[in-house]
Design a protein around this ligand. Structure first.
Ligand code: FES
Length: 174
């Protein structure tokens, strides 16, 4: 296993005046994802690092972060695909930062509630979770707010689909 250096955005609003990047050496194999690297920092190096994840399969979108300057899903980004020994990880640029790599999703959910990007029959509950991943993908792709509104509206109402989250994936992922 070769060591890579992760430069990770650290910020605790209760303790820090400014965010800063801290560097950690992380052992990496061909199958190590960026999310695995963050787990290593948290568990093996004993760092109190905050980040979001859920499915670890590229479905939920909760591990979206900026990795070496691009919005990516950390669980679907093999470190070796980045072709760099220095890995810079920071939270998504377009949402307020709560702590470390965790962003406040409320602006996203506010847009989601406003747009209602789904068909809503009067007598059926709406499976809202089905479209959340697509909207996160649009946010991650840096779609301007007006395009986002149009894109999410299209997602529920026409045959023209917004950009798929698969566009964010690198080739050769697990
Ligand atoms: S943890 Fe769900 S997409 Fe990465």
């Amino acid at each position: 296993m070769a060591d890579h250096t992760f430069h990770v955005h650290r910020y605790d609003p209760e303790a820090d005046d400014e965010p800063e990047f801290e560097s950690y050496d992380v052992p990496v194999s061909d199958s190590t994802s960026v999310l695995d690297g963050l787990f290593h920092i948290q568990e093996s190096l004993g760092k109190n690092l905050s980040f979001r994840f859920s499915c670890r399969q590229g479905v939920c979108g909760s591990c979206c972060m900026e990795i070496n300057g691009q919005a990516r899903l950390a669980c679907q980004t093999p470190v070796t695909d980045l072709d760099a020994k220095q890995i810079r990880v920071r939270p998504m640029y377009n949402l307020p930062i709560i702590k470390d790599l965790v962003v406040d999703m409320e602006p996203f959910f506010e847009q989601y509630r406003r747009v209602r990007p789904y068909l809503a029959p009067d007598d059926l509950p709406v499976p809202a979770s089905r479209l959340i991943g697509k909207i996160i993908g649009l946010l991650a792709a840096r779609v301007p707010p007006l395009d986002l509104l149009e894109g999410t509206a299209r997602a529920g109402g026409s045959t023209q689909q917004p950009p798929s989250r698969t566009a964010l994936r690198s080739p050769g992922r697990r």
